[in-house]
Ligand binder design. Structure first.
Ligand SMILES: Nc1ncnc2c1ncn2[C@@H]1O[C@H](COP(=O)(O)OP(=O)(O)OP(=O)(O)O)[C@@H](O)[C@H]1O
Ligand SMILES: [Mg+2]
Length: 271
């Protein structure tokens, strides 16, 4: 259910909210970000935030604004849709804490009353019954404990363990929640690569290279190319999956070693 902040004063929402602006912000996360959070989003961020697709995968350059976008989407969902449970998953405890700080900063800017879960300082409960929980990767046991999830945002999905991803997807079947993966690629492996390359048409795909990010200067990119070499540079800034940086054999070498003319040594599983 859509809830306007101006309607929810009795639930600890701020008193000074203009009704028409409020409706505009509920319907348009881009206007919400600009007028309430002071963030004028980039073109790709606007397309992403306005999308209604239930499955979205965003492959981006470093520093493109992934975490910023995830934080805006989480806050918008929580405050305008009552009783929404939003899970934000990051690869490590440190990254999930940083993202949680971003979310908490947005909420504090809005002047909303929330309860901070004291036990781990990673969960915000809103007066309208919504919750935003920020979890580190490797928390599949914890994730399995949640139900009725409205939105899952996986930040830096290439580094989130596959087991965590596989714990998330079944619970969305019942809640009909949305799932978003945002990441810079890291090698042609794992669930990010699988979804991008063969996830099917139900996934809305975004590819945002450094050229699409107005804050990344061209001369900085050239310096990075010299420093890192083409393989890492293309992965970090131009969304190339390439090979895992620590891979012993390249994907090309592995594929090149497979010949359809050579029969496998074993058929089926050994008895
Ligand atoms: N639309 C925007 N307008 C102005 N600044 C922005 C915008 N989006 C992101 N930024 C800024 O760009 C920087 C990088 O943003 P953010 O941390 O969200 O990117 P990221 O893709 O998550 O980066 P990383 O690859 O390091 O995780 C931050 O300083 C952030 O405040
Ligand atoms: Mg980030």
């Amino acid at each position: 259910m859509l809830v306007l902040l101006s309607r929810a004063r009795s639930q600890g929402m701020p008193m000074h909210v203009d009704r028409r602006a409020d409706l505009r912000h509920a319907l348009d996360p881009v206007a919400f970000a600009a007028e309430r959070l002071g963030i004028v989003v980039d073109d790709w961020q606007a397309r992403f935030l306005r999308s209604q697709a239930a499955r979205r995968i965003v492959l981006t350059s470093r520093q493109s604004g992934k975490s910023t976008t995830a934080a805006i989407a989480a806050v918008h969902r929580a405050i305008f849709f009552a009783e929404s449970l939003v899970l934000v998953v990051s690869p490590s405890l440190r990254q999930s804490s940083l993202l949680f700080e971003k979310i908490a900063a947005h909420v504090s800017r809005l002047g909303l009353h929330t309860d901070l879960s004291e036990e781990n300082r990673s969960s915000l409960t809103f007066a309208n019954g919504s919750r935003v929980v920020s979890l580190p990767g490797g928390s599949e046991e914890t994730i399995r404990g949640y139900s009725g999830v409205a939105l899952v945002l996986e930040d830096e999905a290439a580094w989130v363990p596959d087991a965590t991803f596989h714990a998330v997807t079944p619970m969305l079947a019942v809640s009909r929640g949305s799932l978003v993966l945002l990441s810079t690629p890291c090698g042609a492996r794992g669930h990010l690569f699988d979804v991008w390359s063969r996830g099917g048409r139900e996934w809305e795909r975004y590819k945002i290279t450094a050229d699409d990010v107005p804050r990344i200067p061209r001369d900085f990119l050239e310096q990075e190319r010299k420093l890192k070499g083409d393989r890492i540079w293309l992965q970090e800034y131009f969304c190339e999956f390439g090979d895992a940086v620590d891979a012993f054999f390249s994907a090309d070498a592995v594929h090149g070693a497979i010949s359809p003319d050579v029969e496998p040594l074993f058929f089926g599983s050994p008895s």
